[in-house]
Ligand binder design. Structure first.
Ligand SMILES: [Zn+2]
Length: 78
């Protein structure tokens, strides 16, 4: 799995993933870490086919395999 790297020091950081620079930012190292986590979450999002209706949807991770319509339907059925 890809992880975001934080490069830089002081108050300017570059966040990169797989050796590719994603963005540079000004701020504290703590803020850089928070941004790295956000970018990691975004990088994990993928288009996947829904296991219910086969429509492709944006999945946020391995646990997320049904589109929102199927999830709503499952919730309605209990
Ligand atoms: Zn579905």
């Amino acid at each position: 799995m890809s992880a975001v790297q934080i490069k830089g020091q002081g108050r300017a950081f570059t966040l990169s993933i797989d050796g590719r620079d994603l963005r540079t930012m000004q701020g504290t190292y703590d803020q850089a870490i928070t941004m790295a986590h956000k970018l990691e979450t975004a990088a994990r999002r993928k288009r996947r086919p829904c296991l219910g209706c086969k429509t492709s949807f944006t999945s946020t991770g391995h646990h997320h395999r049904f589109c929102r319509f199927c999830r709503a339907e499952m919730r309605a059925m209990g």
